[in-house]
Write a protein that binds this ligand. Structure first.
Ligand SMILES: *Cc1c(COP(=O)(O)O)cnc(C)c1O
Length: 456
């Protein structure tokens, strides 16, 4: 088999600034040891997130020029709406400026204090929006998903027994909707099988509970279904996506992921009352329902991007880049979540740095060491992001301490990844010198974005 090449060529370049180790050390100091507070230009390879960081195609740049900026009922809105309806088959479509705006309005309109929302694993903004209205976000990931070394497909699946128990414990009338996140970002970017989506839908249906799909990486999930799930090998990704959405009553989406756009999101639903109430709050918070906080040009870009994400050759290439890094880490013995996810490689910071207790955030030590070594920005997905803090300030650590190396779409080439592998190797060889961290400042919600650290 020949090398899987990038299925595109480069037409425009963006320079990367290369700075010295001393300069990186000073930059990290200024950023209070929180890489979210670094200047982006001080990160020569930025793997903080795959969200909104992708490169647009020629078709997307061309579509941008067709943007119809009419306030209401624009041509661009029509394209946006019809593309989403063709993929999802869902009746009501509402643009939002990004995924969390859809989550926010969904939570405000559908949840009240004391309600419970089950999910395979809630993403941080989803959890925050649910908790902000006084409801509880419950994770019901399968046990396989909690084992970071088990080589198994579909480790993003929800545990159906846990779901049944959750419904029995809280009662269906306390659960206005259930969610399933595809792929499971928080759980290591692992895919969810069609069979699991179908089964979750059927358990929820027995109790009259609607299913909301967090669809941010629906196209990557469709690719995994085709590659790994019996019966899907001859299906195109478009029809697999259609089937996934056929089990959903509603969905939230960040177009900064599989919309291949730099901004945007949407909410879709079948229920007329949900739509009516969503629309009223959308007008208040985001904008008129045919633009929902986006420019006409953004709607055009997303309409093209959603279809490009479903291109099989694109997904083959994307998955090959993630697997390439995973295989090299495997050879070096660097602990990471197996198998590799769809959009990222997740290092296991607990296994990488066994000498740092969870109360001193091993993920932060690792992220900072990677930056100092090579100017590569990664992100902690561990106790800083997902730890639970009680009223009295006691902290329960997250089950996993991961460091995510997220892959922006269509941005970096193989030599960037070869450099990254050299950086990781050097950090691994010097891991004994990495220290823990203490938090010196933190806000109440989404603390990982702005909190400050001090090395211990
Ligand atoms: C990114 C993301 C969101 C939130 O979307 P934003 O556009 O960043 O607001 C929600 N859920 C998942 C799984 C995500 O990856």
């Amino acid at each position: 088999m020949k090398t899987i090449i990038e299925p595109f060529r480069i037409k425009m370049t963006e320079p990367i600034k290369l700075i010295t180790q001393e300069e990186r050390s000073a930059a990290l100091e200024r950023a209070h040891h929180n890489v979210f507070l670094l200047d982006a230009e001080d990160c020569c390879i930025d793997l903080l997130t795959d969200s909104g960081t992708g490169a647009m195609s020629t078709d997307q740049w061309a579509a941008m020029m067709l943007g119809d900026e009419s306030y209401a009922g624009s041509k661009s809105w029509k394209k946006f709406e019809s593309t989403i309806k063709s993929i999802t088959g869902i009746a009501h479509v509402f643009p939002t400026h990004q995924g969390r705006a859809a989550e926010n309005i969904l939570a405000q309109t559908r949840l009240k204090p004391g309600d419970v929302v089950p999910n395979n694993s809630h993403f941080d903004t989803t959890r925050a929006n649910i908790e902000f209205v006084g409801a509880r976000a419950v994770d019901l990931l399968s046990d396989a998903g909690l084992d970071t070394t088990l080589e198994a497909p579909f480790k993003g699946n929800m545990d159906l027994e846990k779901l049944r128990n959750c419904i029995a414990e809280h009662g269906a009338d306390r659960i206005p909707f259930g969610m399933i996140t595809v792929t499971n970002n928080t759980g290591g970017g692992q895919p969810v099988s069609m069979a699991n989506i179908k089964a979750v839908k059927s358990v929820l249906s027995e109790h009259g509970i609607p299913l909301v799909i967090d669809a941010c990486r629906f196209a990557e999930n469709a690719y995994f279904v085709r590659e790994l799930e019996p019966g899907y090998q001859d299906r195109d990704l478009f029809s697999i996506a259609q089937e996934m959405f056929s089990y959903a009553d509603a969905a939230t989406m960040s177009c900064k992921k599989d919309g291949l756009a730099n901004i945007g999101g949407f909410f879709i639903c079948n229920d007329d009352r949900w739509a009516e109430e969503f629309k009223n709050l959308l007008i208040l918070r985001e904008g008129f329902p045919t633009y929902g906080g986006l420019a006409g040009r953004d709607l055009e870009i997303i309409a093209v991007g959603l279809m490009e994400a479903l291109d099989y050759d694109y997904q083959v290439y994307r998955h090959a880049t993630v697997t390439y890094l995973g295989d090299r880490l495997q050879q070096l013995g660097i602990p990471h979540v197996r198998p590799v996810g769809g959009h990222a490689v997740f290092l296991d910071a607990k296994a990488f740095l066994p000498h740092i207790p969870q109360s001193e955030y091993p993920g932060i030590g690792l992220v900072n060491a990677i930056y100092l070594e090579g100017g590569v920005r990664a992100v902690e997905l561990g106790s800083v992001m997902f730890g639970k803090i009680d009223g009295d300030g006691t902290e329960t650590p997250a089950p996993l301490e991961l460091v995510r190396l997220a892959f922006p779409r269509r941005v970096y080439t193989q030599s960037h990844f070869d450099y990254l592998i050299e950086v990781l190797r050097s950090v691994w060889e010097n891991r004994d010198k990495i220290t823990g961290h203490k938090i010196t400042y933190q806000p109440r919600f989404l603390r990982h974005f702005t909190c400050r650290f001090k090395p211990v």
